[in-house]
Structures are given as structure tokens and as C-alpha cells.
Design a binder for this molecule. Structure first.
Ligand code: NAP
Ligand code: G4F
Length: 328
């Protein structure tokens, strides 16, 4: 039985990946931090077979102890401060966790896994946010980075640290440059879930309007359930490498609103939307659209869920959750 260690197990991707790996027959270990995190119960209920281990990406000794204890075949480093807006307000903490956390996790893998022939395979959750002020469209593995947020800067550090540990120590370390991926498990702070949840609440008469920032930004949105499979496929390759994972289709926040309200049967959506300067960012990423040809050719990966299907899935989940909550 293969053993996988996931950091960020309580996050959207950690929850999808743990379920995916369990169905593949893995024994899954998830790193959790702090006390009384309510998301731990959710993770355990979704996947009772996982084992949780306590540690923190800010604490190298805890990571070494965990890798020693778990003896993983594969490590998926998904833990991060992942909300771009927050990274502007807590830039140092973001650099600490999202940036230096990668170095610490790789150090734990290097130290515990030994020298040449290190048996542990490592996945780093890199991000399309690294492309920032994009130098070309669509973006691929060779597109230069120009991050526009403390989060993006920290991810660039994590990305190059992964490349460096691969080149310097021969570690099987791969980096997935994933474009935005969403779903019903997405946090409410991110724009897709904020919109589908608000539209469901408006439909149910529980909310009058939704406040948003920039409606013109465009993102390449896919389904998280599809994207975690690409992570796993990267670690099954003979050689470690970097891969862009994306749908190749971009939509604006305005398109997202129009689609979610239309699915809810509401046509005059503009009267429900207000723009609030609090949700604008000091520096914006205007357009992200990925070219995932390499992942398609080398990993045999492709997205299955369309933008319309994704919005519908998220809206229906929010409608169910919100009506159940209102009935209680
Ligand atoms: P998420 O839902 O925000 O989850 C973040 C996870 O990181 C949570 O489990 C959180 O645990 C954990 N974490 C935060 N600080 C930590 C620390 N100090 N030590 C250990 N764990 C810590 O993010 P996601 O959407 O699943 O994304 C997973 C990864 O992919 C992240 O690295 C993100 O930056 C990257 N990524 C995401 C996307 C996307 O569109 N979703 C795209 C590209 C890259 P707590 O419950 O304890 O807070
Ligand atoms: O949903 P978002 O917060 O996602 P963002 O910034 O693209 O970051 C996500 O994707 C990255 C991959 O490219 C990940 F690495 C990262 O961890 C995260 O998962 O915002 C999307 C867009 C932005 O342009 C933002 O300005 O939506 C715009 N937006 C407009 N109004 C808003 C809002 N975003 C949020 N969160 N809330 C708003 O009210």
C-alpha cells in the first residue's frame, strides 16, 4: 500500500486529493495544525480512513518528525495562505508559510529521505498567479513570471526552490502550475463561491445584493476534482518536471455573474450587484489563460467539467446548503 502525506488537507484541494488517493488504494496522512480547527471534523467525516498528524509549515522540526513517522512514498505540499487579497494585508506571514513553508517541507524530505536515490516523491502546488502581469497569452511552462501580489511572489520562491531541490539533490520534485480551480468545497472568500452562494441566497430571499470588486478580470476556471488527478499523474512519471494545468478558456467575473444568475432563472442580474472598493486589489492580475498542451501530451490529462457545468454544480450545492440552513 503506497503512503501519501498531504499538507493543506483541510483545504479545497486537500479534501479532493485525499479522496482521490484513497480510491487509488493509498494510505493517506494529512497534516493539520492548531487546535479546534472545525474543518478537521469535515475532513474526517468525508474520508474516515485518513490519519491526521500534527505539524505546521512554519516549524521545520515538526515536518521532519512527521516525514520520519509517516515514511511517505509521496508528499503533496498544498498548505499555504492561498487567498491573494489576504496576502496584501499579511505579506510577511504569506512569505513565511506560502514561500518558506515549501523550503521547510523540501528540507524534511531531503533530510529524512537520505542522499541520492531519495525514495520520496514531492509535489509543489505552484500557481498561475506567478504569471501575474502576463508576458504572453496563453501562458505555458516557459512563460516568464511577473507576480503581482505577495502571494504570487511567495509562490515564485516555492516554485524555484522545488526546481532547485530537483537539480541540486536529485529529488523527484514536480511543480504543478495550476490555474484557478473551483467547486462546492471552495472557500467562501474566493469569487466563484462568493457569487454562487450569494445567487443562491438571493434566489431564496435570504440576501438582497452582492458586493464585489473588479468585474473585468478574467480567469481560466476549472473543476478542482479534475485538477487533483493531474497532481497525482505528475508523481507517477519516471522524471520530475513542471506542468501547466488549465482549461484554456477564460471568463470574466461579469460572465460568471451572468451565468450564475441565468442558471438561477434571474435575467436582470445587474440590479443585485454593487461594486465596493474594499474588494479591489492594490495590483490586479487582469487575465489568466493557460496552455496545458504538455500536461495533455505527457500526463494524458484533460479537464472534464466545463465552465457552465462548474457554475451549475456550485450553485446547486449552495442552493441546497442554504435552504437546509434556513430550515433549521
Ligand atoms: P485552501 O483551501 O486555502 O487551503 C489551504 C490549506 O493550507 C488549508 O488546509 C490550511 O489549513 C493550510 N495551511 C495554512 N497555513 C498553514 C500552515 N502554517 N501550516 C500547515 N498548513 C497550513 O487552498 P486550496 O484552494 O486547496 O489550494 C491548495 C494549494 O494550491 C495552495 O497552496 C494554493 O496556494 C495552491 N493553488 C490553488 C489554486 C486554486 O485555484 N485553488 C490554484 C493554484 C494554486 P487550516 O485549515 O489549518 O487553515
Ligand atoms: O477568486 P479570487 O480571489 O482568486 P485569485 O485571486 O485568482 O486566486 C486564486 O487562484 C490562484 C490561481 O491563479 C491561486 F493561486 C490562489 O490561491 C487562488 O486560489 O479572485 C479572482 C478574481 C480577481 O481578479 C479579483 O480581483 O476576482 C476578482 N474579484 C472581484 N471581486 C474578487 C471580488 N475576488 C474576490 N475574492 N472577492 C471579490 O469580491
Amino acid at each position: 500500500m503506497k503512503r501519501a502525506l498531504i499538507t493543506g488537507i483541510t483545504g479545497q484541494d486537500g479534501r479532493h486529493l485525499s479522496q482521490f488517493l484513497s480510491t487509488k488504494g493509498y494510505q493517506v496522512f494529512g497534516l493539520v495544525r492548531g487546535q479546534n480547527n472545525p474543518k478537521i471534523e469535515v475532513v474526517q467525516a468525508e474520508n474516515p480512513s485518513i490519519e491526521l498528524v500534527e505539524g505546521d509549515l512554519r516549524d521545520l522540526s515538526s515536518l521532519i518528525a512527521i516525514v520520519e513517522q509517516v515514511q511517505p512514498d509521496e508528499v503533496y505540499n498544498l498548505g499555504a495562505i492561498s487567498f491573494v487579497q489576504l496576502s496584501f494585508k499579511q505579506a510577511e506571514l504569506t512569505a513565511e508559510i506560502t514561500g518558506l513553508g515549501v523550503l521547510r517541507m523540501l528540507e524534511a524530505v531531503r533530510i529524512v529521505g537520505g542522499g541520492e536515490n531519495n525514495p520520496i516523491r514531492f509535489y509543489q502546488a505552484s500557481s498561475s498567479e506567478m504569471f501575474g502581469k502576463v508576458r504572453e497569452t496563453p501562458q505555458n511552462e516557459n512563460t516568464p513570471f511577473h507576480p503581482r501580489s505577495p502571494y504570487g511572489v511567495a509562490k515564485v520562491f516555492g516554485h524555484y526552490t522545488t526546481v532547485n531541490y530537483r537539480e541540486a539533490y536529485g529529488i523527484h520534485a514536480s511543480s504543478g502550475i495550476l490555474f484557478n480551480h473551483e467547486g462546492p468545497k471552495r472557500g467562501l472568500e474566493f469569487v466563484t463561491r462568493k457569487v454562487t452562494n450569494a445567487v443562491a441566497r438571493i434566489k431564496l430571499g435570504l440576501q438582497d445584493q452582492i458586493s464585489l470588486g473588479n468585474l473585468e478580470a478574467k480567469r481560466d476556471w476549472g473543476y478542482a476534482g479534475d485538477y487533483v488527478e493531474a497532481m497525482w499523474r505528475m508523481l507517477q512519471q519516471d522524471e520530475p518536471d513542471d506542468y501547466v494545468v488549465a482549461t484554456g478558456e477564460a471568463h470574466s467575473i461579469r460572465d460568471l455573474l451572468e451565468t450564475a444568475f441565468r442558471i438561477a432563472g434571474i435575467d436582470d442580474w445587474e440590479r443585485f450587484v454593487v461594486q465596493d472598493p474594499r474588494f479591489y486589489r492594490p495590483a490586479e492580475v487582469d487575465l489568466l489563460i493557460g496552455d496545458a498542451s504538455k500536461a495533455r501530451e505527457k500526463l494524458g490529462w484533460e479537464p472534464r467539467v466545463s465552465f457552465e457545468e462548474l457554475v451549475q454544480m456550485m450553485y446547486e450545492n449552495d442552493l441546497k446548503e442554504e435552504s437546509e440552513k434556513a430550515a433549521r
